[in-house]
Ligand binder design. Structure first.
Ligand code: GDP
Ligand code: MG
Length: 781
């Protein structure tokens, strides 16, 4: 029978794994290999995908993929009560270094060589947390697989002349997603002097799978066992000495979040890099394993390709296992001739025959058998951790069959309500008052000092009106980011991806795309970057093109401005409506492109669900500080300059004479050219056109420019409620700002970036026109 038919709560042994290519390799790398035991935990609320436990961790799989896996059910075993737990761990201390691996002192690198480290580990293993502790920097930490998308560099605190690079999280060194390729190429090409391999001990089997491939890369490595606090807190422990002996590299237990053991880790890393202490072991196959077929095959291949691997500079053992796995990229790099390829093929086919497994499965199985040995010898598993029990309880509501969707809608509604109606709004009004008072103070001071009226105008009508109006939105934006980061850090968004997968597949995407889109509510730039974790090109493109439809936080000032002027008291309603309109348009756009440009299936959805964790206040505060800083910088650079330029252009006429009435200014002249385009929307006023153009630089400046241009006069003089509605819809949908377009260009290239600008404007124009026509139909004007 197939895995699809297995009911929730029952277990089975895997007989075979179907499918092909990179995808199948990915399944194998995630531990879905013949012989492994697998348990179905539950189905997502909409019946698809399913959540499974294998090798002690949980992952999600779609039914369509589960169908390719054949299984044999095994009866429920009675709960084992292991007294092994009582064994006193011989090596309990966090941060204690092992005793098996003494620090050597031979063969050091020349004095003054820069030590470069790569931080390699699974997604969500705590890499960024550790990176921040090691370097003292403030990168964003998230509890979602795939938050780190760009690599970051920093020096190790207290060690001069060091650089450490936080690489994206990966599960294996096979080129399944672009992340895996990036990380692998980083190690192969830039040849770091050392690798810090971070291992989440609460998921040790899967994490060690990567470790074994890291060790094959023949670079000095230290293994950091992270989350020791969670393991020991629940009665587990690790015999570090024994593990060091089995792995042949220093192993340091740490807790990155609590900053325990990090200094020892740094000391060890610097040492092994300085003294070029390569892993003592790479040979994890054994001639006693299942008749030794894999062992013989790997060694035969190693001998055969030794000269090639040396010539092109790929570590031999790594090259050999990739050749056996059938990794095309590595095989091509090795430049083997036909004869050699044929010889290799014979060796591998012989192995497949003797082992009874195909090549990829045989290698994955070899690795997992070794890992099982390590775990049996050195790891005392914890009881079901408190965190995990708690997660399960929370999950029974948050991903429950009937509760998941309503709770999601409720949570999002609450977030927006608190942001736009309560916390954010309250803080904003406070800040507005402050700015108003300051502005009045400066105004009277300038008048008292009888300052030049032009300068006076610039300061009060230009800078205070413009920058001040934008500045007052800081609290709303920070509050929104606060909630988004809370959702993400806690692990909830991973669940959203899980139960939204089925819906998203209808529009041609997978659950994973939900993350970039939710980030898009904050800002399009990080949203576009977050798509890098999506394993298929098609999904990535589609998701990127959808993010501009998600109403970013910079548009909030625009909404508030018009709500205050035209829809007083209906703020929450109008805002929510706009957010939903954006999502709706995105869905329509996706459906349209799915049928045309992006034909094909969304990629499989294999993802792990992390435990719920309370985000650390430090990481949340850091994020808020970061966002505030970004916003303030933008307000005082881009928007400041844009405000001054606009003020200048509206205060002078083409002959550079100060104008009385800005409708004769340079600006009115230029923007007047666009007026006919916006006339059908009811927005045929040059001041509105100008503000929309300036929105291309930064969306917030639409408001600052309006303030400057309308001055004391109210926008209501030239606009009706209907044209304000058209304006809102246009602002929601028209081209994303320059920074976002640049991000899109970086990911997809020129053509797509220009395309986005053009069609977003066209869609916005059409949508606004429709709004106007409907309004006219109902007798509004
Ligand atoms: P990355 O995806 O590998 O960069 O992982 P992050 O650094 O973003 O961390 C993932 C999650 O693990 C976050 O929620 C962290 O707060 C949490 N975390 C990291 N290190 C530890 C640790 O030592 N102990 C515990 N209990 N949690 C940790
Ligand atoms: Mg990270």
């Amino acid at each position: 029978m197939t895995l699809k038919e297995l009911s929730a709560g029952s277990s089975a042994r895997i007989l075979s794994v179907g499918g092909e290519g990179a995808l199948r390799q990915h399944f194998l790398d995630m531990g879905v290999i013949p012989g492994a035991e697998i348990t179905v935990i539950k189905l997502a609320p909409m019946g698809d995908p399913m959540e499974l436990r294998i090798h002690g961790y949980e992952l999600t799989l779609r039914l369509a993929d589960a169908e390719k896996i054949t299984i044999e059910p095994i009866p429920k075993k009675p709960e084992e009560k292991t007294e092994k737990r009582l064994r006193k761990p011989p090596h309990p201390g966090l941060g204690e270094t092992g005793k098996f691996h003494p620090k050597g002192s031979g063969d050091p690198l020349p004095e003054g060589t820069k030590l470069t480290f790569a931080l390699v580990g699974n997604q969500n293993s705590g890499k960024t947390t550790l990176f921040n502790q090691l370097t003292g920097s403030k990168q964003h930490v998230g509890n979602f697989p795939g938050v780190t998308v760009d690599r970051k560099d920093g020096a190790v605190r207290g060690h001069k002349n060091t650089v450490i690079t936080d690489l994206p999280g990966i599960y294996s060194m096979s080129p399944y997603s672009s992340e895996e390729l990036v990380s692998r190429d980083f190690v192969l090409d830039s040849k770091p002097t050392g690798i810090i391999n971070i291992v989440d001990v609460t998921n040790i089997e899967r994490n060690l799978y990567l470790t074994m491939q890291v060790l094959e890369m023949d670079v000095p490595t230290v293994v950091a066992l992270n989350m020791m606090d969670e393991l020991t807190g629940n009665g587990g422990s690790v015999d570090v000495n024994a593990m060091e002996e089995l792995l042949g590299v220093p192993v340091v237990p740490i807790s990155a979040a609590k900053n325990q053991g990090v200094d020892e880790l740094a000391a060890h890393a610097v040492h092994i890099a300085q003294y070029r202490e390569k892993p003592l072991k790479q040979d994890f196959c054994s001639k006693d394993d299942n008749g030794g077929a894999v062992h013989q095959c790997l060694h035969a291949v190693m001998h055969l390709i030794e000269d090639h691997a040396e010539r092109v500079g790929i570590p031999l053992r790594f090259a050999a296992s990739k050749v056996v796995e059938g990794d095309k990229l590595i095989i091509d790099q090795l430049e083997l001739d036909e004869n050699e390829k044929e010889a290799l093929e014979h060796i591998i086919v012989q192995m497949e025959k003797e082992r009874g497994l195909d090549r990829s499965a045989a290698i994955a199985d070899m690795r997992f058998s070794f890992i099982e040995k390590i775990c049996a010898e050195c790891v005392i598993k914890p009881r079901e951790s408190r965190e995990h029990r708690r997660s399960r309880r929370i999950d029974s509501v948050l991903t429950g069959k009937y509760t998941a969707l309503p709770v999601f809608v409720l949570i999002m509604a609450l977030v927006f309500f608190l942001t736009f109606n309560v916390i954010g709004l309250g803080l904003q009004q406070l800040l507005e008052k402050g700015i108003g008072a300051l502005s009045a103070l400066v105004d009277s001071a300038l008048t008292a000092g009888s300052v030049n009226p032009v300068l006076h105008g610039l300061i009060i009508d230009g800078i205070f009106e413009g920058v001040g109006s934008v500045l007052s939105f800081l609290p709303i934006i920070v509050t929104l980011f606060f909630f988004l980061s809370l959702l993400e850090d806690s692990g909830y968004i991973a669940r959203v991806a899980f139960f939204m997968d089925k819906l998203l597949r209808r529009i041609g995407l997978s659950g994973r795309s939900i993350v970039p889109m939710l980030i898009g509510f904050g800002c399009t730039v990080p949203a576009v970057m977050a798509t890098r974790t999506l394993p298929s090109d098609r999904d990535r493109k589609m998701t990127i093109l959808l993010t501009p439809f998600m109403s970013c936080s910079a548009k909030v000032p625009i909404y508030s401005f018009f709500v205050a002027a035209f829809f007083p008291g209906k703020g929450g309603l109008v805002m929510t409506g706009l957010y939903f309109l954006g999502i709706l348009m995105g869905i329509l756009f996706a459906l349209l492109t799915k049928k045309t440009v992006f034909r094909g299936e969304a990629v499989p959805f294999v993802m792990e669900l992390p435990n719920y964790r309370l985000p650390s206040p430090r990481s949340v505060l850091q994020l808020l500080w970061q966002k505030s800083k970004d916003f303030l910088q933008k307000a005082f650079s881009v928007i400041f300059i844009a405000t001054i330029i606009v003020w200048f252009l509206k205060s002078f006429d083409p002959h550079l004479r100060l104008v009385e009435d800005s409708s004769t200014s340079i600006l009115a002249y230029i923007s007047g050219l666009l007026v006919p385009v916006f006339k059908p929307l009811g927005l045929g006023d040059w001041r509105i056109c100008t503000s929309l153009i300036s929105g291309f630089v930064a969306k917030e400046s639409v408001v600052s420019v309006m303030e400057v241009l309308f001055g004391g006069e109210s926008a209501a003089a030239v606009m009706t409620t209907l044209s304000a509605a058209a304006m809102l819809v246009f602002s929601l949908l028209y081209t994303p700002c320059v920074a976002s377009v640049a991000a899109i260009r970086r990911e997809l290239g020129h053509k797509w970036a220009i395309g986005v600008v053009i069609w977003q404007c066209a869609i916005a124009w059409l949508a606004a026109l429709i709004v106007r026509l409907i309004g006219l139909l109902f007798g509004l004007s």
